[in-house]
Design a protein around this ligand. Structure first.
Ligand code: ATP
Ligand code: MG
Length: 261
């Protein structure tokens, strides 16, 4: 199979009638890791949710394709089957559904009818991946994310990703709330999946993660657009100089948030 080819062109997204994404462009191919950084509230998670097909996010313009197929025409399930995966910034708790069952259903949906994994094979694979991510075996039977600590939820998102083997993986702040050991485990989980068959979009606030997962491209997002792209040194420059430096350089004014007189 050809390597993944993921394109976002001039994407515009509204939430409750307000434009959040204002013409966003991205091109990610298999084998590449792209990082997006940017201040709070600039629309990074909005991009992730809109691409995944969250109904709250209204796409008002532009396109998103995976391997030439129009993602925006697809249901959430179809997007997952096409190989799009999102590790959420705030993974939802789903009481009553065990982690193993959730992952098994997602995996079978991804593999398609007739290609489902036999139960025993599935559980063997799950246990192997859990071990690699230092996740306690008992987490297989716990309800999805219920009572998981912040870091446990993040590791569990990586578990789902490594089971599903997506073609394009979007990881939204996968490093937030991780202790130092967990950060390395999560980074190893990502690095072990790295190949021509997968492209990554990693949303993060911290250069620290990018020491462990080396990005090929770094993009800075501000006010609903990518305002600068570069290589890994851009993240270092940002860390050293802060966003105000880039805003001044680009002549971007702060949006007034807030209180009317
Ligand atoms: N469901 C929603 N309802 C109303 N406003 C929303 C909703 N989701 C996002 N927004 C608004 O859209 C803007 C972009 O939010 P988003 O979560 O995409 O930012 P972000 O770049 O991911 O920020 P952070 O770095 O803090 O995670 C914010 O102003 C936010 O308040
Ligand atoms: Mg966010």
């Amino acid at each position: 199979m050809a390597k993944p080819d993921f394109r976002v062109n001039d994407l515009r997204v509204n939430i409750d009638g307000k434009e959040i994404l204002k013409g966003l462009n991205l091109h990610i191919q298999g084998g590449e890791i792209h990082a997006i950084m940017g201040p709070n509230g600039t629309g990074k998670s909005t991009l992730a949710s809109a691409l995944m097909g969250h109904p709250h996010y209204e796409v008002t313009g532009g396109s998103a394709t995976l391997d030439g197929e129009d993602l925006l025409e697809m249901s959430v399930d179809e997007r997952a089957r096409a190989g799009l995966f999102l590790a959420m910034q705030y993974p939802a708790e789903v009481p009553g559904v065990s982690n193993a069952n959730f992952i098994r259903q997602a995996l079978n949906a991804r593999l398609g009818e007739g290609n489902e994994l036999p139960v025993l094979k599935f559980h063997r694979m799950l246990q192997e991946k859990m071990k690699a991510l230092s996740i306690d075996p008992e987490f297989a039977e716990r309800y999805l994310n219920e009572g998981f600590s912040g870091g446990e939820k993040k590791r569990n998102e990586i578990l789902q990703m490594s089971m599903l083997e997506p073609r394009i993986a979007i990881l939204d702040e996968i490093d937030s709330g991780l202790d130092i050991d967990a950060l390395k485990i999560v980074a190893n989980g990502v690095n072990s999946l790295r190949s021509e068959n997968i492209g990554f979009l990693i949303i993060t606030h911290y250069q620290r993660l990018l020491n462990y997962i080396k990005p090929d491209y770094v993009h800075v997002m501000m006010q609903g657009r990518i305002v600068r792209s570069g290589d890994a040194t851009l993240a270092e420059e940002l860390e050293a100089k802060g966003y105000d430096w880039l805003k001044a350089e680009l002549g971007i004014e702060d949006e007034t948030v807030g209180v009317e007189a």
